[in-house]
Design a binder for this molecule. Structure first.
Ligand code: CS2
Length: 484
C-alpha cells in the first residue's frame, strides 16, 4: 500500500474513537488540553480522542505517529519531577505536507469540536475591527485557494463549508490562545473570511456555529535535552515528543457546546457563563508580568524568569506591576487579585522551571496590545498605576533596538523574532534617540490604540524610561521605578 493509503487508513481508524481535531500541537497543547482530555476520558469515557494537526512543523507529527501519539508530560514539582503518559491523541497530521487529510477529518461527523493553540500571530484577524488582515500571508494564500488552505482561518472555513454542503451539523470552534475574547475574535474573522468567498456560508456560520471563549494557563517552557533525558530516566522510553511543565494548570471555559464535550471539569476545568473577566485577569496579571520580565530580563542579562524573580528589586517591580494590572480591572466575584498575584509570584519563582525570557520576548507586536496597551487604556491619564506599563513598553523598544543595533562591539545585528520584524528594523534604522524611537515604533500602523497614540503623558512616561534603559541599565531603571 502507498504511504498516503496507509495514512488514510490510520486516519479512518483514529476517527472511530475521536471527537476533537486540535490545530497547533506544540508543547502547550500537549501540557494542557491533551492532559484535560486524557483525564476526562479516564473519568467519564467518551470517544473524545484528539486528532492533532500541525500547521507548519512535520517533525512533531512524525515523532507522535511513530509512537501511537502517546507522549510523556513531566511535571516539575519542587520535590522532583513526576512523569505521566498521555494517550488522548489518536493521530497526527502535518498540514504543510498535505492539507486534504485535515479537511477529511473536519468533514467527518465524528468530529464535534475543533480546539486551537496556534499562537497569536497565526490568526490574521485585526484585533480592533475583527476583520481578516488581507496582508497576512496565510489569509492572502487562503483567499486565493479556499479549497487548499494553509492557515487557521482558511482551514476552519473550508471545514465548515464541507459541513454545510453535506447538510451536517457544524463543529464547535474553541480558541485556546492568549487573546482577549478569543472566541468572539475568531468568530468575527471566520465569518468575514467566509463572506468573502460565499456570503451564504458566512450567514450559515453566524447562525449555526458556536465559538466559546476560554482562558488557558500552564507555564510550559520549550523542551530541551534535559526534558528528553528526564523523560527517559523516569519512564525508560526515549520520547522525542516529551514536554515539561509546571504542576499548576487552569482552564476556564464558556459552556457553549451544542454537540457535547468531554467532561473536562473532571480534570479541574472551570465552566462559566462569561470567561472574559478571567481572560483579562490572566492576560494582564500573568502574561503582562511575563512580558515585563522578558524584556527587562533580556536587557539585564537574566536568562530565566526564576533568575529575575530571585533578584529582590526585580521581584518588587513584578509585584508592583501585578498591583497596577489589578487596578485596571473591575472586581471579580470570588477572586482576590492580591492572592492571585501572590500565587503567580510563587509560580514564577519555581526553581525547577527553566523558562527562558528569550522565549517569552518573542512576538512582542502580537502580545503587547492585550498585555500592556489595553490595560493602560483602562487607567486615567494621571493614574499612578501607569508606570510599570510604560517601563514594559520602553523595555520592548530598547530590546528590539538592541537586536538591530547591538551595543556590544562584534555582535551581529539580528532581526527580532516577530512577525513585523522587517517593518520594525526599517523604522529603527540607525536611530538612537529615545523620542525618535518611540515615535517610529508606537506609530507602527494599526498597532497602538488611537487613545494612546494621542496621549502625550503616556509618550512622555515611556520616553523617560527608555532614556534610562538606553543610557543606564535595566537594574537602574527598575530601582528608579521603585523610587529607590
Ligand atoms: C508567555 C505564555 O510566552 C509567553 O508569552 O507569557 O506562554 C505563558 O507562559 C502562558 O500563557 C502561561 O499560561
Amino acid at each position: 500500500m502507498t504511504q498516503s493509503g496507509l495514512s488514510e487508513m490510520a486516519l479512518q481508524d483514529a476517527l472511530a474513537k475521536s471527537g476533537i481535531v486540535h490545530i497547533g500541537i506544540g508543547a502547550f497543547h500537549r501540557a494542557h488540553q491533551a492532559v484535560y482530555t486524557d483525564a476526562a476520558m479516564a473519568a467519564k469515557g467518551g470517544d473524545w480522542h484528539i486528532i492533532g494537526v500541525s500547521l507548519r512543523s512535520t517533525d512533531i507529527v512524525d515523532a507522535l505517529n511513530a509512537q501511537n501519539c502517546a507522549f510523556t508530560v513531566i511535571e516539575r514539582h519542587p520535590d522532583g519531577p513526576k512523569a505521566r503518559r498521555i494517550t488522548s491523541m489518536s493521530h497526527a497530521i502535518a498540514a504543510a505536507r498535505d492539507v486534504m487529510p485535515v479537511l477529511a477529518a473536519l468533514a467527518d461527523p465524528a468530529i464535534r469540536i475543533v480546539t486551537i493553540t496556534v499562537t497569536e500571530k497565526a490568526y490574521g484577524i485585526d484585533r480592533q475591527s475583527g476583520r481578516i488582515q488581507n496582508d497576512h500571508p496565510a489569509i492572502r494564500h487562503d483567499l486565493d485557494h479556499p479549497d487548499r488552505p494553509s492557515g487557521l482561518v482558511g482551514i476552519l472555513v473550508a471545514g465548515l463549508k464541507s459541513r454545510k454542503d453535506a447538510s451536517m451539523r457544524p463543529f464547535t470552534v474553541l480558541s485556546c490562545d492568549n487573546l482577549p475574547a478569543n472566541g468572539k475574535l475568531l468568530r468575527a474573522g471566520v465569518i468575514d473570511f467566509a463572506n468573502r468567498i460565499d456570503p451564504e456560508l458566512g450567514d450559515w456560520i453566524s447562525q449555526n456555529v458556536s465559538f466559546p471563549s476560554t482562558m488557558v494557563d500552564r507555564i510550559t517552557p520549550a523542551s530541551t535535552t534535559a526534558t528528553y533525558d528526564d523523560a527517559k530516566t523516569l519512564t525508560g522510553v526515549d520520547d522525542p515528543a516529551a514536554i515539561e511543565t509546571e504542576p499548576f494548570s487552569q482552564w476556564v471555559i464558556e459552556d457553549d457546546f451544542p454537540d457535547g464535550r468531554p467532561a473536562w471539569e473532571e480534570a479541574g476545568a472551570i465552566v462559566v457563563a462569561d470567561v472574559e473577566p478571567f481572560e483579562d485577569m490572566k492576560l494582564r496579571m500573568l502574561n503582562g508580568s511575563h512580558s515585563l520580565i522578558a524584556y527587562l530580563g533580556q536587557l539585564g542579562g537574566y536568562r530565566y524568569v526564576r533568575d529575575a524573580m530571585a533578584n529582590d528589586n526585580f521581584a518588587g517591580l513584578v509585584a508592583r506591576h501585578m498591583e497596577n494590572a489589578a487596578a485596571t480591572m473591575a472586581p471579580l466575584t470570588g477572586i482576590d487579585f492580591a492572592r492571585y498575584g501572590a500565587e503567580l509570584t510563587e509560580r514564577f519563582r519555581n526553581p525547577e522551571i527553566a523558562h527562558e525570557t528569550r522565549q517569552i520576548a518573542m512576538d512582542g507586536t502580537e502580545k503587547l496590545p492585550q498585555r500592556i496597551f489595553a490595560p493602560v487604556c483602562d487607567l486615567a491619564a494621571d493614574s499612578r498605576h501607569r508606570g510599570t506599563f510604560a517601563l514594559c513598553f520602553a523595555a520592548w523598544i530598547a530590546f528590539v533596538q538592541g537586536q538591530i543595533n547591538p551595543a556590544t562591539p562584534g555582535e551581529n545585528s539580528r532581526l527580532p523574532d516577530d512577525p513585523r520584524a522587517d517593518e520594525i528594523a526599517e523604522r529603527i534604522g540607525s536611530v538612537q534617540d529615545a523620542a525618535d524611537l518611540y515615535d517610529r515604533l508606537a506609530g507602527l500602523p494599526g498597532w497602538m490604540p488611537r487613545q494612546l497614540c494621542e496621549d502625550a503623558s503616556w509618550r512622555k512616561a515611556v520616553i523617560s524610561r527608555l532614556v534610562m534603559l538606553l543610557t543606564n541599565s535595566a537594574d537602574a531603571a527598575i530601582r528608579h521605578e521603585l523610587g529607590q
